[in-house]
Design a protein around this ligand. Sequence first.
Ligand code: ADP
Ligand code: ZN
Length: 363
Amino acid sequence: MNRMQTLRIELGERSYPIHIGSDLNAAELLAPYVTMKNVLLVTDSNVDRLYGEKVQAELGKNAASVTKFVFKAGEGSKNLATVENICRAAVRAGLDRSSVFAALGGGVCGDMTGLAAALYMRGTRYIQIPTTLLAMVDSSVGGKTGVDLPEGKNLVGAFFQPMLVLMEMNLLRTLPERELSNGFAEMVKTAVILDGELFETLERSAPELLRLSPGSPIAETVKRCCELKGQVVAKDERESNLRAILNYGHTFGHALEAVTGYTKFAHGEAVSIGMCMAADLAVSEGLMSGEEAQRQEALLREFHLPVDAGESVSPEALLNAMEHDKKSAGGKIKVVLADRIGHADVFSGIGREQIEEAVSGRL
Ligand code: ADP
Ligand code: ZN
């Protein structure tokens, strides 16, 4: 089946299309953006081995030249040194302001390539070809680019929108199961905060989705997530209040990642546990029914995601880390809570004791 769906992220003059499907004709879809242009294709060492040559060839059918830049796979490469190396490779490849960067990879690759494009000659265009589910449903929409510093994650970056995102579902077939689950955590998040119907679709199809079975609604659910995130970002491109609901499960999740030294949990796993903490808190605050919290937990389990930390992190340490999270303005802990499946809000008046009580059940 090669049905393609196209979604437009509406951001005025920065609007861009996302093409979603299987067996997409990449050369044809890329042609309007790369014809006669010099392209720097940025990818990581794992993805390069699987898809590097093929994508280089697809771009090369219409581009003037395609130079590949490969960095070592892993979050450890997500730093300014790699961005500098990308920019230097661009100079050597003869890229100018009218040239194009193409990111082929997961979130690490997209975040860094986007930042390099934002900086190179004060701004060059870029294309994203996400290869992880997490990058498809999360980092491809919103224009957040950036890198880590030794002092912390994502501390340097820019909002910079791509001009095209190409999502080929077949690329997910080589993704390790743990990485796939990671992406489903963000999908569950989007459903819980914005779309009860999407949540039901996920409930009905979780096993097929996880297996990427031919009849599974993977493309449809990816599209819906991008659409929903796109609507939020269109109303609030630079993260004031509305966009904050996208952080559901993240204030807890980021803190959990930080206190466990970024080694124990993948991002989606930490967010999964964070969503369970948020739901427990919502139940204890009388916002959400216990039954709905149960449904959320059951769905996360279906996607093979953890629902508690399973180790002795002290609630105190977690709360301290939450207070340090850059999203908690003025020392007050802001949490996003769902009052039902499909709707969420930001709450800033909840006491530290209540939060500590709720998280301790998952530690
Ligand atoms: P994200 O931030 O989107 O989770 P990363 O860029 O950290 O993604 O990638 C996660 C890991 O998966 C990396 O080791 C990367 O090389 C690998 N990877 C990415 N895409 C694929 C794919 N389609 N098939 C196999 N491995 C992949
Ligand atoms: Zn996330």
